[in-house]
Design a protein around this ligand. Structure first.
Ligand SMILES: CC(C)(COP(=O)(O)OP(=O)(O)OC[C@H]1O[C@@H](n2cnc3c(N)ncnc32)[C@H](O)[C@@H]1OP(=O)(O)O)[C@@H](O)C(=O)NCCC(=O)NCCS
Length: 176
């Protein structure tokens, strides 16, 4: 039987609101939201840098039941980004994608998602994991400010000349 306390279940989550008061929700993707957000995410950040294809991201958003949790983000009812989490990963979950679309950035939404990521995992796992590209210095600063530390550098994971930084936040002193 599935554990009702298991983190990152395929359900709707209400997050703390954005700084301008708009409500934030995470929920499993509808096909329409996946088709909208796939190309939108492919146009920003590391996904644009690595030339990900929007339609392939949309197809991945629609996958289900493979140990990966995928959520559409809405802000005040508008599609605002995407979150993908592999759980369990390495004595803790791995935040595979955190994407807040440009019109919704710098409103505390990224911070609200990291707070939720941490709250879901706390009590279940010792570590929180994520990766950030070496060129993405703003995102690195953002994660450092939220208590993540560099655990390793993965040279040229995606392509020659670009390193990825594996970052970790410790939640507990012992293995849970
Ligand atoms: C990085 C990101 C998740 C932060 O979300 P957010 O909702 O804008 O974050 P908040 O409002 O809570 O905090 C703002 C912080 O994010 C940083 N940020 C804002 N826009 C950003 C962008 N386009 N790319 C990277 N970092 C950005 C700001 O520099 C700010 O950091 P600071 O407070 O140290 O100056 C979001 O900007 C984003 O999705 N960027 C594009 C994709 C990306 O780089 N994702 C991370 C991949 S690992």
């Amino acid at each position: 039987m599935s554990d009702p306390d298991r983190p990152f279940r395929p359900r709707r989550f209400q997050l703390q609101p954005a700084q301008d008061g708009r409500p934030l929700t995470l929920a499993p993707f509808t096909p329409e939201a996946a088709d909208h957000l796939g190309p939108a995410v492919a146009a920003v950040g590391p996904w644009a840098h690595y030339r990900f294809e929007g339609q392939k991201i949309a197809t991945a958003f629609k996958s289900f039941g493979d140990g990966t949790a995928r959520y559409q983000l809405t802000c005040g009812g508008e599609l605002a980004g995407a979150v993908v989490i592999v759980c369990p990963w390495l004595a803790g979950p791995y935040l595979q994608m955190l994407a807040v679309l440009p019109p919704f950035q710098n409103l505390g939404i990224g911070a609200a998602i990291l707070a939720w990521y941490e709250a879901e995992a706390r009590g279940h796992f010792r570590n929180l994991w994520l990766c950030v590209s070496g060129f993405n210095v703003n995102a690195q600063r953002f994660y450092l400010a939220h208590g993540y530390e560099r655990a390793a550098t993965i040279p040229e994971l995606m392509q020659a000349g670009d390193d990825e930084l594996l970052m970790r936040k410790r939640l507990a002193n012992r293995y849970l």
